[in-house]
Every structure is written in C-alpha cells, then in structure tokens.
Design a protein around this ligand. Structure first.
Ligand code: S3P
Length: 434
C-alpha cells in the first residue's frame, strides 16, 4: 500500500508556522557530535527518516545517543578515533547526504563498513565521492557505475589533496573535508560556485580550524573536535513550500518562524523576489552559528523570469517548489544550468514536468532545466516517484488548481518533513491522506 495525498483546490495560507529542523544541519550535528570529545546537546533536531538514518549509523558504530525527544538529542561523543566497526550494513535509507558524508568520514577509520540505501539511493551516482576519496588513499568498492552499496575498506592512512570540484556539490565538498580530518597534511577543496557551508561552520563551532578563502576551503588533518551545543534552525527547504503556497494563493499571509537564512541557502528567496513575491525578513538573529529570521509571505502576483544560473546551487533543493510558482506566474520562466536536478531523489526535471503537464500546465523539460509558461491548470492524478519534495510541491499547486489533485507515493515526505500534512492543514491547505 502506498500513501497518497488528496488535496482539494483553493484556500489560502495563514497563521504562524514553524517547519521542522534543517536536514543538512541535523545530519552534521550527529556526525560531529559523535566524533567530538564530550557531550553535545542538540535542539530542534529534524526527526525525519534521513537524519534518523545517520543517527542509527552512529549508534551502530558504538556511539551512545539519547533521543530524539521533541527535537532534543544528547550525543556522548567518542572522540576522533572512538568509532567501532559496525556489526552489520549501515542503511542510509533515502539519504544521499548520509551516504556521501559517511563515505568521507569512514574512509580513514581503519575498519571496514558497508553503506547501502533504498531503491532510489541505490540508483544515485557515488563516483563523485569515490574518485576524490580514492585519490586520498581510500579504498571504496561500489556496484556497477559507482552505484551503492559502497564497501569502505580499511587502509593504512589517508593523505591530503587539493581538489577542484567538478560539480557544485556540498555533499562532495563535505565528504572530502571530513576525510581530510583523518588525512596527513592539508586537504583543500575548491568549488566552481558557492554551495551550502554548514560543514565548515559546524567544524568551526566544534573548535576545528577551517581555512576559508573565497571558493577554496582547507583543513589540516589530525585535529580534534570539542563538544558544542547546537540549536538547529527551521529548514528553509521545507519552508519553501509555504513560501510558494502563500505567494500563489490570493488572501495568504503567513509567518514562517526561525527559518535558517544562511547565505548559501537563500536562492529560493531571491528567485521568488525576482518573480515579484512579497517576502519580508523579520527578527534576524543567530542560532547556533547560523543566521535565522522569521519570514512573512503575502500573496502577490508573480511574473515569469529567467533564473540566474548563479542562484542554482543556492536553491538546488527548492526547484520543485519554484516550478509550481512558475506555473502560477504571468509569462515564461526559464531555468538552465541545473542538470544536477536529474540525479536527486528522483529526476526532478522530468518528474516535475510530467506532474505539471498531467495537470494541464505548460512545462517543457530541457537537458539542464525547464521552460514553464504560467496559466490556469486543472486537478488530476500525479506521481511523486517517491520524492518527498515533488510530493510537497505538487500539494501546494492545489491552492490554484481547477480541481482536486491526487499525488501518489508520498510516504517519503517523512524523510524531511514529518507532520507535513498536519502542519499544512493548520496553515490552510486542504490536504488529506489516503
Ligand atoms: C546537501 C547538499 C545538496 C542537497 C542535499 C543536501 C547537504 O546535495 O541537494 O539535499 O546536506 O550537503 P548536493 O551536494 O548533491 O548538491
């Protein structure tokens, strides 16, 4: 039995909403907390399946972790060399972040570990981490074409590299830097465009020196991490669905509380503003080394835009939602330079084009993006292909649809946004499960 959403058309979004904790930061809090000396207390932790997969992996390597209990997690760090060989395979579920960051972190541990995942994750490319980690001295075996499962074997030691990232990917950057903590000498990564820097920020918060110079970041191996409490902001990637919903639905006026506005994550705010959205930031402050704000979003007529390519890595997870905004905008929206969308939890270019077209919207997929002409669309049946963000984006599309939208295969929304249906209903979306 698969879970479907049925979303009635119309309505508007309002009230105050705090979406769950940031997924990227939640993963990293478990990883660095486990390797630190001392006790790390995390609040606002995302109790979604992806972050829980990371938590379970560290428990399987001997780390005592209490919780999660209403977002509170207590990690009893074992120090840089305190992890134990896991008794079984480490299951990363649907989570690319777990698998890629763990690959780097485990490469220098001195024991063997196997990482696997669900059907979607086992189709995703891992050579992007296997290649640089291999050049540091790691020994990582994979199935055909560098697909999972990955077998990370014990090696004598790693050495630092100077790596020019071929794709703008925070997961690859982080994998190399985490391996670099265990490598002899200096490990540097240069990115083609800025990507999320939560790993760098959290390493610094745990007392590890990180050398940052524009697009280049370096660490010197052999240091240590000191436990540090972490308050996880609300995830801007989850807030994005409500930003788009409120922008497109007449009468909407919603306040999204405590949203992380790290400059490497705010592409969606910039894109929506370019389209004419009415988004204002209030109460800007710092939470656990990360900037946060309350974001007020009021309905406003949107216009189609050509999305600047430099914003693509800064909004990489938000394009399913942005496509829904585009389908509701006047004129054409053009996205290019976003081929990475084809290797996310689903092929987000094809799957979103199929979904929007099933509703009668005009969407033309291209190899590296999409052209969408806004206008009226109907209800209908759409497939999320088990991709959490596709399911939530298409749910918001119902706010302006001509009839109900049924979205199939929505169970994976629990990977990043547990409680989505309840929270969305409270805010005004007429969504039910079947
Ligand atoms: C993430 C990086 C991004 C993003 C993913 C989370 C991270 O992936 O899509 O959801 O936490 O580092 P890429 O590095 O593949 O772009």
């Amino acid at each position: 039995m698969t879970l479907s959403y049925v979303v009635e058309p119309g309505g508007s979004l309002g009230g105050m909403v705090r979406v769950p904790g940031d997924k990227s930061i939640s993963h990293r809090s478990i990883m660095l907390g486990s390797l630190a000396q001392g006790v790390t207390r995390v609040s606002g932790f995302l109790e979604g399946e992806d972050a829980l997969a990371t938590m379970n992996a560290f428990r399987a390597m001997g780390v005592r972790i209490e919780g999660p209990d209403r977002g509170e997690v207590v990690i009893h760090g074992v120090g840089m060399h305190g992890l134990k060989a896991p008794a079984g395979v480490l299951d990363c579920g649907n989570s690319g972040t777990s698998m890629r960051l763990l690959s780097g972190l485990l490469a220098g541990q001195g024991f063997e570990a196997t990482l696997t995942g669900d059907d979607s994750l086992r189709q995703r490319p891992m050579n992007r981490v296997i290649v640089p980690l291999g050049s540091m001295g790691a020994d990582i075996g994979a199935a055909e074409n560098g697909r999972p499962p990955l077998v990370i074997r014990a090696v004598e030691g790693l050495h630092g590299i100077d790596y020019l990232l071929p794709v703008a990917s925070a997961q690859v950057k982080s994998a190399v830097l985490l391996a670099g903590l265990y490598a002899a000498g200096r490990t540097c990564v240069t990115e083609p465009a800025p990507t999320r820097d939560h790993t760098e920020r959290m390493l610094e918060a745990f007392g590890y020196r990180v050398e940052r110079d524009g697009k280049r970041v370096c660490v010197v191996g052999g240091g240590r991490l000191l436990a540090s409490d972490i308050a996880v902001p609300a995830d801007i990637s989850s807030a994005a669905f409500f930003m788009v919903g409120a922008s497109i639905a007449p009468g909407s006026d919603i306040l999204l509380a405590d949203v992380g506005i790290n400059p490497t994550r705010i592409g969606v705010i910039e894109i929506l503003r370019l389209m004419g959205a009415d988004l204002t930031l209030h109460n800007q402050r710092k939470l656990g080394g990360e900037p946060v704000a309350d974001i007020r979003v009021r309905h406003a007529p949107l216009n189609g835009v050509r999305i600047p390519e430099e914003l693509v890595p800064l909004a990489i997870d938000e394009f399913p939602a942005v496509f829904v905004a585009a389908a509701n905008a006047r004129g054409e929206t053009i996205l290019s330079g976003a081929e990475e969308l084809r290797v996310k939890e689903s092929d987000r270019i094809q799957v979103m084009a199929d979904g929007l077209r099933a509703l009668g919207a005009q969407a033309e997929p291209t190899p590296d993006g999409m052209r969408i002409r806004g206008g009226a669309y109907q209800g209908g049946q759409v497939a999320s292909h088990g991709d959490h963000r596709i399911a939530m984006a298409l749910a918001m599309a119902a706010l302006n649809a001509g009839g109900p939208i049924t979205i199939r295969d929505c169970a994976n929304v629990a990977t990043s946004f547990p409680g989505f249906v309840g929270l969305a209903n409270t805010a005004g979306l007429r969504i039910g499960e079947r």
